[in-house]
Design a protein. Structure first.
Length: 622
C-alpha cells in the first residue's frame, strides 16, 4: 500500500468522529475516567497527566489472546518492535521514538528488570508469557527522574495478574496454530501455547501460581532456497504471594523461572551471507522480589527489592556463555499534602554483575524527588530531579519539567501539555568489557527531550491526541570496529497522532500514526512512517470481533554480504480476531488470522517473515 493511502486511511479514521453518537456505556465512562500511574506513581486521572501514557488494559489483553507481548506493544504509536513479525526466536530490536533497546526501561510490578550481560543492558521480552499479565502502561519520552538510568525514550511498566477474591479459582488456556511462510501455506499445526493458573484469597493471604509453555516450529530463521526448521520453546513458572498483616501493612513476594531455547541461523565468514546453520541460543532467568508496604494517613512507605540471575549461551562459530546478576532496591515515600500536592521521595540502588573474561560490575545509588501539583483551575505540574551516582562515572543530575493545562469541554476535557527532560545513559558492562568490540574508555550518553501536545477527550466515546517530540543525543554510543562515542550530536524528532472513536454502540475504532525522522544520520530498521488501525465490534455480550491493520514504511537495513545499506520496501498487514463465550462466560473460544493477505516482505534483510497464519484457542476460567 502506498504511503498516501495510509495517510488517507488515518484521515478517514479521524473524520469518523463526526458520526460518533451520544452514549453513556461503561467503556466510554472508563475511557474518560481512565487512571494512569506510571508517569507520577500516583493514581491520577488521565486529564491531570502531562505525559503521553499508553495503557493496555486487561480487556485489550483478553481481546488479543494468542499474541506475544512484543506483538501487542508493536501496535502502539511511536513504537517499532523489530523482529516480532519474523521467526519466533528472532532477536528483538525495540525502537521507541527513534531510540533503541538501551534507552528503554522495563518494570515488572514496579521493579526494574534487565540483563547486565546483554549489549544494551535491556530486558528480553521473549522471556515473558503474555498470559501472566494484568495490564501494561507505557510512558513515552524521558522518565529518568522517576526511573533512572536508561529511561530515555520509554518505560514499559508491566503489572502481573492479581489473585481472585474467591478462596480458589483457576484458569486454563490453550492455543494451536500454524507457523508458515508466504511460500509454503501448508496449514500444519506448528504453534502451541498453554497456560494454567491457580489463584485465590484465604483470609488475609492471597496466592497465584501459574505455569506456561510455548513451542513454535516450521520456519527457518534465514530466508534461503533450502530452509531448515528453527524451533523455539519457552517455559514460564510464576508464584505470587501477598499477606495483609493489618490495614496499614502488607507484604508481596514474587518468584519466577523463565527459560527459552531457539535455533538460530548465522552468517559464517568469509561469506557474510545469512545461511542455515545448526546454531542454538538459550536464555534462562531466575527472579525473586519482595515488596513490603506501610500505609499511614496521607501517605505510604514502600520498598521494591528484586534479585535476578540470568544465564545465556550461544552455540555457533562465535560461541559465548554469559552469567549475570542484578540486585535492585527502590525505597520510596509517597505523601499527599492535600488534593493538590502529591510528593514522592526515594532512593534507588542497583548492583549489576556479569561474567566476561572475568567478573565485572558497577553500581548505581540514586536519590530522587518528584512533585505533582493538580489545581482546580486546570493547571497541572509534574517536576522531578534525580542524582545518578554511578560507581564508574561519578554523579550526574537529571531533571524534568512537565506542565499541562486542561479545561472542561462537552462533558470531557481538552488538554495541552509539554515536557523538558534530561537523561543519563551509562555504558553497559558488555560495551565496556564484553567479548566483541569492548571499549573501557566509553563515556556516558546524555539526552535532552522536548515534547508538546494536545488531547481532546469526551464522554461520548471520542479521544484524539497529538504530540511532537524532539530528542538530542550527546556522545551517542555507536559501533564501528568497536564501541565508541559519536563525535557529533544526533537529533531525532517526530509526530504521533492517536484517535479512539465509538462510532455507534458496541462499535469502536482506534488509529495511530507515527512520523519519525533522524537528522544528520541514519538509524537502521526504523520506519519514517508507521500506522495502525483497529476496528472492534461486540456482536453481543458473548461475541467480539476485530479487524486490525498495520502499515510500516520503508526502512534502511545493512546488507552483510556487501556491507552497504539497502532500502527495504514498505508493507501492510491485516489481521482478524473473533471470540465467543459459553457456559456463563466461563469458557471462551477464539480464532485469529494474521497477515490475511499473505504479504511478502523483509522485516530484517535476509531473514524469514511470517506469511498467513491461523490459530484456534480455548480459555476456561473456573
Amino acid at each position: 500500500m502506498k504511503k498516501t493511502n495510509v495517510l488517507g486511511l488515518l484521515l478517514l479514521g479521524f473524520a469518523w468522529t463526526g458520526f460518533a453518537q451520544e452514549q453513556t456505556n461503561l467503556s466510554q465512562i472508563e475511557q474518560l475516567d481512565e487512571v494512569v500511574i506510571s508517569d507520577s506513581r500516583f493514581k491520577l486521572k488521565r486529564e491531570n497527566s502531562g505525559k503521553t501514557v499508553i495503557k493496555i488494559s486487561k480487556q485489550e489483553l483478553e481481546n488479543n489472546q494468542g499474541r506475544t507481548v512484543a506483538e501487542l506493544i508493536n501496535t502502539k504509536s511511536g513504537i517499532e518492535i523489530n523482529g516480532s513479525r519474523s521467526v519466533e526466536g528472532q532477536n528483538l530490536g525495540s525502537f521507541v521514538r527513534g531510540g533503541n533497546n538501551r534507552q528503554i526501561l522495563v518494570l515488572i510490578d514496579g521493579v526494574q528488570v534487565n540483563d547486565p550481560s546483554l549489549v544494551s543492558n535491556d530486558f528480553d521480552l521473549r522471556l515473558l508469557d503474555v498470559n501472566t499479565i494484568e495490564s501494561i502502561e507505557i510512558i513515552k519520552g524521558a522518565a529518568s527522574t522517576l526511573y533512572g538510568n536508561a529511561a530515555a525514550t520509554a518505560v514499559i511498566n508491566i503489572t502481573t495478574k492479581k489473585s481472585s477474591t474467591d478462596k480458589i479459582a483457576g484458569s486454563f488456556l490453550t492455543v494451536v496454530g500454524t507457523n508458515q511462510s508466504q511460500d509454503d501455506l501448508n496449514y500444519n499445526g506448528a504453534n502451541f501455547t498453554n497456560n494454567v493458573s491457580i489463584n485465590g484469597t484465604l483470609n488475609k493471604l492471597s496466592y497465584l501460581a501459574s505455569f506456561g509453555n510455548r513451542y513454535v516450529d516450521g520456519l527457518s530463521a534465514a530466508k534461503s532456497e533450502t530452509p531448515e526448521k528453527d524451533p523455539f520453546s519457552r517455559y514460564n513458572t510464576n508464584l505470587k504471594l501477598g499477606y495483609e498483616f493489618s490495614d496499614k501493612f502488607e507484604l508481596t513476594a514474587f518468584a519466577s523461572y523463565d527459560k527459552f531455547k531457539t535455533d538460530i541461523d548465522g552468517f559464517p565468514p568469509p561469506f557474510y551471507t545469512f545461511t542455515d546453520t545448526e546454531d542454538t541460543y538459550t536464555s534462562q532467568q531466575k527472579r525473586v522480589s519482595l515488596s513490603p508496604k506501610l500505609s499511614y494517613k496521607n501517605g505510604s512507605f514502600q520498598i521494591n527489592a528484586a534479585l535476578s540471575k540470568i544465564d545465556r549461551e550461544t552455540i555457533s562459530d562465535f560461541s559465548t556463555v554469559n552469567e549475570a546478576k542484578s540486585f535492585v532496591v527502590d525505597a520510596f515515600n509517597k505523601y499527599v499534602f492535600n488534593d493538590s500536592f502529591y510528593t514522592i521521595v526515594g532512593l534507588n540502588y542497583g548492583d549489576y554483575e556479569s561474567l566476561f573474561v572475568e567478573d565485572e560490575s558497577f553500581t548505581n545509588t540514586d536519590p530522587y524527588v518528584n512533585v505533582v501539583y493538580v489545581s482546580d483551575s486546570g493547571l497541572n505540574l509534574n517536576i522531578g530531579g534525580r542524582l545518578n551516582n554511578h560507581s564508574e562515572y561519578g554523579s550526574h543530575f537529571v531533571y524534568s519539567l512537565n506542565p499541562s493545562f486542561n479545561i472542561p469541554v462537552d462533558k470531557g476535557y481538552a488538554k495541552a501539555f509539554g515536557s523538558y527532560a534530561t537523561s543519563f545513559i551509562a555504558p553497559n558492562l558488555s560495551q565496556l568489557f564484553g567479548f566483541f568490540g569492548a571499549n573501557p574508555d566509553l563515556q556516558p550518553e546524555e539526552n535532552v527531550t522536548i515534547e508538546g501536545g494536545l488531547e481532546f477527550n469526551t464522554k461520548n466515546g471520542f479521544r484524539v491526541n497529538g504530540v511532537y517530540f524532539n530528542r538530542k543525543e550527546k556522545q551517542t554510543i555507536i559501533y564501528t570496529t568497536a564501541y565508541e562515542n559519536a563525535t557529533t550530536d544526533a537529533t531525532v524528532h517526530g509526530l504521533e497522532l492517536e484517535a479512539e472513536i465509538d462510532l455507534i454502540e458496541n462499535l469502536s475504532v482506534s488509529t495511530n500514526y507515527t512520523f519519525t525522522e533522524v537528522k544528520d544520520g541514519v538509524r537502521l530498521r526504523i520506519p519514517k512512517h508507521k500506522a495502525n488501525a483497529s476496528l472492534g465490534y461486540n456482536f453481543s455480550k458473548k461475541s467480539f470481533a476485530s479487524l486490525n491493520y498495520q502499515f510500516v514504511g520503508s526502512r534502511t537495513d545493512l546488507n552483510f554480504s556487501t556491507f552497504v545499506n539497502e532500502d527495504l520496501s514498505s508493507y501492510s498487514l491485516v489481521d482478524l480476531y473473533f471470540s465467543h463465550k459459553l457456559i456463563h462466560n466461563k469458557l471462551k473460544l477464539f480464532a485469529t488470522v494474521t497477515n490475511l493477505l499473505n504479504e511478502d516482505y523483509f522485516e530484517i534483510l535476509g531473514y524469514t517473515t511470517k506469511g498467513r497464519n491461523v490459530s484456534l484457542g480455548l480459555n476456561l476460567n473456573l
